[in-house]
Write a protein of this length. Structure first.
Length: 766
């Protein structure tokens, strides 16, 4: 891999990778793509991959790393002595009967005292003790699986070890952040990143759009439960496959109705407001949409979505997704004589040389104020983002100590403010319409709100002035939106060469599909991911409830952004990050891509695994109680057979039948505890309510409670990592719209009250 200087913010950083799972392997891959030199102990990579594609997958994950054999102690000692950071995913458990754990712990014994360690796991039990775990169990514990599947049927897994890939992304962020802290302090950092914690944070964020509105978080087939608040949000069959349609605003809903020809049924007043339809009339509207989509092809409906401005995407297969011209034109996907190669889901551009840089009123952030509880203290961020993915990045930066200045406009409010009033006991919460949305409160906690109109020349000029006083700009608008206001990276960096600008869009800033917009189901449809989530090929479910495109995109964006900031500490030079959220989803599907590259058709796994057996979810004692069970090795299968009363060498259907009978007679929690004690990875499938009230969530510090002036007490979720045992929490609610306008313009830009009054009179600010 050859990287230019601006592509490699972590150039010179030496990473030691100790991995036998997807999480550590993917974290190491991301760090290598950011310019780090990664040395890997040559442990087996045990993942949910068809054996015929294992070599292809390992080439994808490890091709840019230096591999050191465990039998070469001199080479291993050299790598340990020179490491700037260690990423390890087998310090507590592995799928090799402890061999990877023993090897990894032996390496760490020789590590320099100040070298940070990123300790990644699938799950940590409440008391921090070691216990067998799995990606399947992480999704179950976090409340993710509870939302995937049909009512009454077994909850579904996230296939292809996706939970561990997403934890690997967060681990890469922690690794980049550890470099910032290491330069401020020479004490040892141990960062704790667990897949179940990561998924619990994702679930907690999206559930702020469910439970506070008295919408359930539960399995509801190939649609979001109660449409996630705004109709529709579902997968619909069409003439040649499926499409995903997700309208989050009345404007988008009206666009869909116009595309349908404004049919007579839609004139009924009960279908006027998409939020009312979602809450009360979705089952009445569904047959009309089903009849309409069945008469059309995916391409026809996709074209209508672009013409009438409603979010829609074809549900592509993995093969169809890989064939999109968009990805080859962005050099995200390359083909050689042997395989398909998935690249980095971002592009980095250097600042534009200019003589117009301004003298800032403040010193640029250099990390000198970093502490473990506030590693980004002193960092100032200009937030031009909205809805979920962009605000999730800036909320994480706030959790880590940064100051966030959020630009808003009442005339075109953040759609997260437009999700409707929260409910309590069936009654809408009182308060201003734009201030009573728990979803906005979760995504924007602790920020400062500046209300100004960037559609005006003076408003755009104020944003440009604010950017000159910031270290980071984050935006997730459609490509070209900021450029039309003169707020593109070239202009921002000309005034402030140290600015790091993050642009998050669906497809990226370039390519023939750059203008495609939409929400998470559009992303997962275009990425091919929805085509492998279901019970089988004829019963697809997709990812409508968890909407993984947004948090996964945010996780990748945060990793690259923190790496760019670590690089800026050394060079003083910023960068423009062009991140495609669809590419980020495809990047974590490396197993399915590898299988496709070997000529296989990626299967709809349901709850099965390519290597582990048994691997699934079974009903326990209770109406809707389930337990995930995974046996990874012969020793674990033998232990499982002993617990459930099967023959010692039982396997396949015989062992699964005994397991099902044993579980059916026991409560989920008790059964999982007994199996875990016997060395088997077993986890109850938790609902959101059960997850947030569990001893495990409390012990891990996953949930904060924050008082909002109109919403009252609300559950909130922060960055799910820990440093030396201490985690991060939410300490303040989201701001009221425009609450900080005068103070920020005065303190940051030095504007006098008379200037602010003039801008207010002209409508530039509110």
């Amino acid at each position: 891999m050859n990287l230019n200087a601006h592509d490699a913010p972590l150039a010179g950083v030496r990473v030691l990778e100790l991995s036998s799972r997807a999480s550590g392997a993917y974290a190491g891959w991301l760090l290598a793509q950011l310019g780090a030199s990664v040395t890997r102990l040559d442990l087996p990579t045990v993942v949910d991959c068809d054996p015929i594609a294992q070599a292809e997958l390992e080439r994808s994950l490890h091709g840019d790393k230096v591999q050191v054999a465990s039998g070469d102690p001199a080479a291993m000692a050299a790598a340990t002595a020179s490491a700037d950071v260690v990423v390890a995913d087998s310090l507590h458990d592995d799928a090799l009967d402890g061999a990877a754990t023993r090897a990894s712990l032996a390496v760490l014994a020789d590590l320099a005292p100040a070298c940070p360690v990123i300790d990644v796991s699938s799950h940590r039990v409440a008391d921090g003790a070691r216990a067998p775990s799995s990606a399947l169990g992480a999704a179950a514990t976090a409340g993710m699986s509870w939302s995937l599947g049909h009512p009454g049927l077994e909850p579904l897994a996230l296939p292809y070890d996706l939970p561990d890939f997403m934890a690997g992304t967060e681990a890469a962020s922690a690794a980049a952040l550890s470099l910032v802290l290491r330069r401020a302090s020479q004490s040892r950092q141990v960062w704790d990143v667990a897949s179940s914690d990561v998924l619990a944070m994702y679930v907690g964020q999206i559930c702020s759009n469910f439970l506070p509105y008295e919408r359930p978080w539960r399995r509801d087939g190939a649609r979001a439960s109660m449409s996630g608040g705004s109709y529709p949000a579902a997968m619909f069959a069409c003439r040649d496959g499926h499409v995903s349609i997700m309208c989050r605003t009345n404007r988008e809903w009206n666009g869909l109705l116009r595309a349908m020809g404004d049919p007579d049924w839609s004139q009924d007043p009960k279908f006027e407001d998409s939020r009312v339809v979602a809450r009360l009339h979705a089952d009445e509207a569904d047959p009309h949409l089903v009849a309409w989509t069945r008469d059309r092809t995916r391409d026809e409906i996709f074209a209508l979505g672009k013409e009438f401005a409603f979010p829609v995407a074809p549900v592509l297969s993995i093969q169809e997704a890989l064939a999109q011209e968009q990805f080859s034109m962005r050099d995200f996907i390359a083909r050689d004589s042997e395989s398909v190669v998935v690249g980095r889901p971002w592009k980095l551009s250097p600042p534009v040389a200019s003589s117009t840089a301004v003298v800032s009123r403040r010193a640029p952030w250099d990390g000198s104020r970093a502490t473990p509880d506030k590693p980004l203290a002193g960092l100032r961020v200009l937030d031009l983002s909205w809805v979920w993915s962009g605000p999730m990045v800036t909320a994480a930066l706030h959790d880590l100590g940064a100051e966030i200045l959020k630009i808003e406009n009442r005339k075109r409010a953040d759609p997260a403010r437009l999700r409707g009033r929260a409910y309590r006991d069936g009654v809408p919460v009182d308060g201003p319409e734009l201030e009573v949305t728990p979803y906005f409160n979760q995504m924007n906690h602790g920020k400062r709100s500046i209300a100004l109109d960037i559609a005006t020349d003076e408003g755009a000029a104020l944003v440009l002035d604010l950017a000159a006083e910031c270290d980071v700009v984050v935006e997730n608008m459609r490509p070209g939106a900021l450029e039309r206001r003169g707020l593109h990276y070239e202009r921002l960096s000309a005034r402030n060469p140290g600015i790091v600008m993050l642009s998050m869009s669906l497809m990226g800033q370039t390519g023939p599909m750059r203008s495609v917009g939409g929400y998470a189901p559009v992303m997962s449809g275009l990425a091919g991911l929805d085509s492998v989530v279901g019970y089988d090929e004829d019963d697809l479910i997709g990812l409508f409830n968890p909407a993984l495109g947004d948090p996964n995109g945010a996780g990748h964006a945060l990793a690259v952004l923190l790496a760019a900031l670590a690089g800026r500490q050394q060079t003083g030079v910023g960068a423009w990050i062009d991140l495609s959220q669809v590419e980020a989803l495809m990047s974590i599907q490396r197993i399915a891509v590898a299988e496709r590259g070997r000529g296989a058709t990626p299967a709809v796994r349901a709850n099965r695994h390519a290597v582990f057996e048994p691997h699934g979810t079974w009903r326990s004692l209770g109406d809707d109680d389930w337990v995930t069970v995974v046996a990874r090795t012969d020793d674990e299968r033998e232990s499982l057979a002993k617990v459930v009363g099967a023959h010692a060498d039982a396997s396949g259907p015989e062992l699964e039948a005994a397991l099902q009978a044993w579980l059916a007679a026991r409560p989920a929690s008790a059964a999982a505890t007994e199996l875990t004690t016997a060395g088997i990875a077993a986890h109850p499938v938790l609902s959101f309510e059960a997850m947030t009230s569990s001893d495990w969530a409390r012990s891990r510090g996953l949930v904060s409670r924050v008082e909002h002036p109109f919403l009252g007490d609300q559950l909130m979720f922060a960055v799910p990592w820990k440093c030396n045992g201490a985690g991060y929490s939410v300490t303040a609610p989201a701001p009221l719209l425009g609450a900080d306008t005068d103070r920020v313009l005065g303190d940051v830009l030095g504007l006098a009250s008379t200037d602010i009054g003039r801008f207010r009179e002209s409508g530039v600010i509110e």
